[in-house]
Design a protein. Structure first.
Length: 252
């Protein structure tokens, strides 16, 4: 376990993150959503906030890349190209301001954004033209650099294209993989030390792969709707706690 310990986390927190990575993938695979939020909030509670978004991005990169590879023949390549073009613009724009944002404010934005995505009605992203695809890439990638959880917005747009199941999975996962690659590039360029976190990231990705397998095998047998309601409340309480921590830091 000491191999994964860096200057920021001890063995107990390392073990917690590895377990949570597997559990979050277990949740997403079985119920379709929620796991990424849970992982993000746990990471925000135990890790330095400056490391949460880039490390979470790489872990999610591994998870999405696995699904993208397995479903690649069903990919809508034009969607990926236009979304990717917008994502490059969004990532470049975010790189100009991401280092200027106070860490406490990032924590506040993260908590508020998760609550919004959990309880508010998501905007209808129905513009399916080339311009619409590019704009969605710009907006969601820009937001992802600050709050790390743009997946629901990208997913809501993908649903408007009426993909069949495999095409949706392939296209969504590929777009998110590209977005997370850009996130890693931006944070690497601005000086984030990914090397310090790489052993933990690799094991969290492996844990997520195992969690995905178990989720597909087991969770479909459980009462999904009841679980989703409880899990939604748990995520909300975690977000409120994050906002409370940020408020204290800002007003001190």
């Amino acid at each position: 376990m000491e191999f994964f310990v860096n200057d920021f986390l001890g063995p107990q927190l390392i073990l917690l993150l590895i377990i949570v990575a597997g559990f979050s993938s277990f949740i997403t695979a079985g119920f379709g959503a929620g796991g990424g939020f849970f992982l993000l909030l746990v990471m925000a509670a135990v890790m330095p906030i400056s490391a949460v978004i880039p490390v979470h991005g790489l872990v999610q990169l591994g998870s999405n890349a696995n699904r993208a590879i397995l479903t690649f023949p069903h990919l809508d390549k034009k969607m990926l190209v236009y979304f990717g073009l917008g994502a490059i613009i969004g990532a470049f724009s975010a790189s100009l301001v991401v280092t200027q944002l106070p860490l406490a404010l990032m924590k506040l934005l993260l908590g508020v954004f998760v609550i919004y995505l959990l309880w508010a009605k998501l905007p209808t992203l129905s513009e399916t033209s080339v311009f619409g695809k590019i704009v969605v890439g710009i907006v969601t990638t820009f937001l992802s650099m600050f709050v790390g959880a743009s997946g629901p917005l990208v997913g809501s747009y993908m649903y408007m294209n009426n993909y069949e199941k495999l095409a949706f999975t392939a296209t969504f996962s590929s777009c998110m993989t590209f977005q997370h690659c850009l996130k890693a590039l931006v944070f690497g360029v601005i000086g984030f030390a990914f090397w310090d976190w790489l052993p933990l990231i690799i094991v969290m990705v492996l844990s997520g792969t195992v969690g995905t397998w178990f989720g597909i095998k087991l969770l479909k047998k459980l009462p999904a709707e009841k679980f989703k309601r409880i899990f939604k409340v748990v995520l909300t309480l975690m977000s409120i706690h994050l906002i409370w921590q940020a408020g204290i830091a800002i007003y001190q």
